[in-house]
Design a protein around this ligand. Structure first.
Ligand code: SF4
Ligand code: SF4
Length: 120
């Protein structure tokens, strides 16, 4: 079974994604593509699209709740790496639950991980 996040993408269209400018190109050559960011505060950038309403990160590909995925997965910024899917590691995740709720998706359960493939 595919990884639950590959059938979701809700958190990429639920929260502003802000991070230090050093996580993006050109400061970090393998970081977030500069064109996908916009200035936020003095030392911060944000993922384009997460400042809008309705929000959707510009790097999110596919349909939310169907086949969504991050098109810059290896280059994604810290907030994206730190938002853990509920129950993947045996712990709940309020942010994951909240994002899914905003998109009409039920919260993940431990059972969703029983036969899930890893995201590589
Ligand atoms: S972390 Fe949660 S909200 Fe984000 S894509 Fe995965 S399942 Fe969806
Ligand atoms: S950079 Fe990728 S993981 Fe982060 S919000 Fe955008 S699409 Fe989601």
């Amino acid at each position: 079974m595919s990884h639950p996040c590959l059938r979701c993408g809700a958190c990429c269209a639920a929260f502003r994604v802000a991070f230090h400018w050093t996580e993006a190109q050109p400061a970090k050559p393998d970081g977030v593509p500069e064109a996908m960011t916009s200035p936020l505060r003095r030392h911060e950038l944000q993922m384009r699209g997460t400042e809008l309403a309705p929000m959707r990160c510009v790097a999110l590909a596919g349909d939310i709740g169907v086949d969504a995925h991050c098109s810059i997965y290896a280059q994604r910024p810290t907030p994206c790496r730190e938002l853990l899917p509920a129950w993947e590691g045996g712990e709940p995740s309020v942010q994951c639950d909240r994002a899914r709720e905003r998109h009409g998706l039920t919260p993940l359960t431990p059972g969703d991980w029983a036969s899930a493939d890893a995201v590589t």
